[in-house]
Design a protein around this ligand. Structure first.
Ligand code: SF4
Length: 294
């Protein structure tokens, strides 16, 4: 096993370079709900529980990373070893924050689901010519006007492989349903990854989303997408605009079942009155766990 610490369970969320930077997760959080971004990244409210879906996804990613790193070294782990890595990562998450389950979910049912998802993926032909596994790449952010922003973008791709004609970024998702072509073609995440890989390596880059679908009988979906220079400069324009919005203090809620179910800041959000940083700061020292039950 090449990972030496179970703290890497959430490597994508936790990896921080020495200088201020943008990541796709920061950008997407602001675009999804600016108030949630504010509570987490401006005020620094503690996150008191881990949504079960996030814990499952992180632990599955850990199992996949361990498997792919071993392949990169010319070895191949057994399904049992990969599943053990997943279970260790799940247990590490359990030993951290309390876990919040959705209605109808059980701890053992989710662990079984993760094991089944990995078993299904491991029946696929293993990836070859692996170039990188969860490797952070730092890339300057440039707008369509050629302006280079102060903060770079840090992208951590799940898997990067070399094919005969190009480099292929493989991004893994665990989801209750398959992704549509429209979703992958408009995903800013894919644009961020292509930008980062193009900056580091020569040649064309494409993206494959590999979705481990949490249906009763798990499925694996592969869906390909490409990006143009226009898509990539659009990322720079979006980041530039989001930076200006943040500097102007534009933090507002975007309420939806998708956003708010499992949001760790449900309580301070209910108390938010438009501008009140003071009310939010009252939650910094709280010790109780009061997750949203939506
Ligand atoms: S509860 Fe919903 S609207 Fe409020 S911060 Fe969380 S995601 Fe945003």
């Amino acid at each position: 096993m090449t990972f030496t610490s179970l703290d890497t369970v959430m490597i994508k969320q936790r990896w921080i370079p020495n200088r201020p930077h943008w990541s796709y997760s920061q950008l997407s959080q602001y675009l999804r709900c600016p108030l949630q971004y504010y509570f987490q990244r401006v005020v620094g409210l503690p996150i008191r529980f881990t949504p079960s879906g996030m814990a499952l996804g992180s632990a599955v990613h850990h199992g996949l990373a361990v498997y792919h790193r071993d392949l990169q070294l010319g070895r191949q782990m057994s399904a049992h070893q990969v599943q053990s890595a997943f279970i260790e990562a799940w247990q590490a998450a359990e030993n951290g924050r309390p876990m919040q389950f959705r209605g109808g979910e059980s701890r053992n049912g989710l662990v079984e689901k993760g094991v089944d998802l990995l078993e299904t993926y491991l029946k696929e032909p293993p990836p070859t010519d692996i170039v990188a596994v969860e490797e952070p790449m730092v890339v300057p952010v440039t707008t369509s006007n050629g302006e280079i922003l102060e903060k770079p973008l840090v992208a951590i791709v799940d898997l990067l492989c070399r094919t005969q004609d190009e480099l292929k970024v493989v991004e893994f998702k665990t989801s209750g349903r398959k992704m549509s072509e429209n979703e992958t073609d408009t995903s800013m995440q894919a644009s961020c990854y292509v930008q980062a890989v193009q900056d580091r390596f020569d040649g064309p880059v494409s993206v494959r989303y590999t979705v481990l679908v949490k249906t009763k009988t798990p499925q694996v979906q592969h869906i390909e997408t490409v990006r143009t220079d226009l898509d990539i400069s659009r990322v720079g324009d979006v980041i530039h605009t989001v930076e200006r919005a943040i500097n102007a203090g534009a933090f507002y809620p975007i309420e939806s079942a998708f956003n708010c179910s499992g949001c760790p800041f449900f309580k301070p959000c209910r108390e938010w009155r438009g501008t009140s940083q003071t009310r939010a700061l009252e939650h910094v020292g709280e010790t109780t766990t009061e997750p949203n039950s939506c």
